[in-house]
Design a protein around this ligand. Structure first.
Ligand code: SF4
Length: 234
């Protein structure tokens, strides 16, 4: 059964500006690949529309703290790489937009890319929070995309690293992990996020609580009720 919408179908969300194509940030693709299916709808709407974000005052201060911790860790990594005599490219210097097929773009901004004197190229992401499988997939996506999107690294072997602020050993990803099976999964993921028909929503207080999509973009959003969560008064 073909579920494609006719091309002249009315937009699903007339109040949200359409992207006019499909635009997927690497972090969204990593979340999709990590298999958190309850987030599929949230990722789909972000890829197709702008203006989906909910405004949360508390989130602003949390984000500022995250930036402070992340920047401190990244500065340490940059200083260590320079001390080893490596060439260093940081954040915006690494930004890419890879047109995977017409109207489908994968975008990202790796924290750090280094070139060692022996020719080893490494993409590193700094994480200040808890360890998650999606972090590893994020770096694997950078490894896959950089050699296609950035002429400096065309067809180069690129290693990967996720470094955490907890001080435990980093997760290291060999270039050989970016194989044809991984590439097939990436392309499938982008195809699934690009379909014109959104996936099913699975609203729940637990999921919606951590979902950044506003009620305007997701009318089924369940708001988190702190009083209800703490139980009835005895
Ligand atoms: S708000 Fe809830 S139902 Fe809506 S996309 Fe996010 S997690 Fe899914």
């Amino acid at each position: 059964m073909n579920l494609q919408l006719p091309l002249d179908a009315a937009p699903l969300f007339p109040d949200l500006p359409s992207r006019g194509g499909v635009y997927v940030w690497v972090t969204w693709a990593a979340s999709y690949l990590a298999g958190d299916t309850s987030r599929d709808w949230s990722l789909w709407v972000r890829a197709h529309y702008q203006g989906w974000k909910s405004v949360d005052d508390a989130e602003g201060s949390q984000l500022a703290l995250w930036h402070v911790d992340h920047t401190a860790l990244l500065r340490q990594l940059v200083a260590a790489a320079r001390a080893r005599g490596e060439r260093v490219w940081v954040e915006s210097q690494n930004a890419f937009r890879l047109v995977v097929r017409p109207h489908v773009t994968l975008a990202g901004k790796p924290d750090l890319v280094t070139l060692a004197p022996d020719g080893t190229i490494m993409v590193t992401d700094a994480k200040s929070g808890q360890r998650k499988p999606a972090h590893i997939l994020q770096v694997m996506l950078y490894q896959w995309a950089l050699r296609r999107a950035d002429h400096r690294f065309s067809d180069c072997q690129i290693g990967g690293r996720v470094v955490y602020a907890d001080g435990d050993p980093p997760v290291v990803i060999q270039p050989s992990a970016i194989n044809t099976a991984f590439e097939r999964r990436v392309l499938e993921c982008l195809e699934q996020l690009a379909v014109p028909v959104p996936p099913f929503r699975m609203p729940s207080r637990q999921e919606c609580r951590f979902c950044p999509v506003s009620r305007k973009a997701c009318p089924e959003r369940v708001e988190w009720d702190v009083e209800e969560e703490s139980g009835p008064p005895c």
